[in-house]
Design a protein around this ligand. Structure first.
Ligand code: SF4
Ligand code: SF4
Length: 294
């Protein structure tokens, strides 16, 4: 594993030299320019996310893409997700303070994105960085926050072994933007330590992830379970376990209807033979018949 030792040393030295003054200046600049990344009018993702394609269960990915269920998270978990978003600004401020060039937004103020599988797979990059003292040229930046236990594992085993899903996510973005390396920064929520790793591009992982996404997107029926044991770790913590075990009905919308077909051109209703918009899919119609394979 390669570590961005010079970068992390520079960050600590600069923060100690001015006691965080230039970091805070950068941070408030970033926060003032921040936009809300969540579109409240669109509760479901229209696409299969690059952030989930390295997950343990393709069936769970299919259920998410087909809008079978929307998990309501408890307040504590929601705070964890939101804190992760806010922390991205802090990472960018640290990097800018250390002289790293961070491209985190396009000219229109939106995040840089990647698309694949005819637009049915998408992802959003935390940023592209240049002038990282430990790596030449431009690379991807990926920021995460961690609890103490997993941060400890990350330090020992690295990103690929500890968080395969995050590893795959970085590969998808590197592959899409043809970047040779990714700067992964992980923040320990317990003691504010920062872990850094330089992850090289892995073309096989990228190709495999895109092929898997292609399969999931165009499959009319859910793929096989990752486990037949509902008490296994992945199933016990799966948002879709009730759908998978048929203990709760699926949500009614076009994506769970038997007349729905995902095509290159979009999500198509085979009754009307037209592509349905996001809000039309959400509404369904009174000809709805549940996909019997779900
Ligand atoms: S309950 Fe288990 S098998 Fe079913 S979708 Fe979730 S992880 Fe996959
Ligand atoms: S029949 Fe109705 S619910 Fe089913 S896909 Fe067509 S528009 Fe959607």
């Amino acid at each position: 594993m390669r570590y961005p030792v010079k970068l992390l040393t520079r960050i600590d030295e600069l923060m100690e030299a001015d006691q965080g003054k230039s970091y805070r200046e950068q941070l408030y600049k970033n926060l003032n320019a921040a936009t809300n990344p969540v579109d409240e009018d669109k509760p479901f993702r229209q696409y299969l996310g690059a952030s989930v394609i390295g997950g343990a269960c393709p069936r769970a990915m299919w259920y998410a893409f087909r809008w079978t269920h929307k998990e309501k998270h408890p307040a504590r978990l929601q705070r964890i997700f939101d804190d992760g978003q806010i922390k991205e600004h802090s990472f960018i401020a640290l990097l800018r303070m250390a002289g790293v060039t961070v491209h985190d937004k396009r000219e229109d103020g939106q995040q840089y994105g990647m698309t694949a599988v005819d637009g049915h797979m998408r992802g959003h990059l935390d940023g592209v960085v240049e002038n990282v003292p430990d790596a030449p040229g431009a690379g991807l930046a990926e920021f995460k926050t961690h609890n103490d236990k997993l941060y400890g594992k990350l330090k020992v085993s690295g990103v690929k072994e500890t968080y395969y899903k995050y590893y795959v996510q970085t590969q998808c973005y590197m592959g899409a933007y043809q970047l040779p390396w990714a700067l992964y920064l992980g923040y320990n929520k317990n003691d504010s330590n920062i872990y850094g790793e330089l992850i090289p591009y892995d073309s096989k992982c990228f190709a495999h992830s895109i092929n898997l996404a292609q399969t999931i997107v165009y499959l009319p029926t859910p793929p096989a379970r990752c486990s037949l044991d509902p008490t296994s770790f992945d199933c016990a913590y799966c948002d879709f376990k009730d759908v998978c075990n048929q203990t709760k009905p699926v949500l009614i919308n076009c994506r769970t209807c038997q007349a729905c077909e995902v095509q290159k051109i979009g999500v198509v209703c085979k009754v009307e033979n037209i592509v349905k918009s996001y809000h039309e899919q959400l509404a369904g119609c009174n000809l709805y018949r549940r996909n019997p394979c779900i």
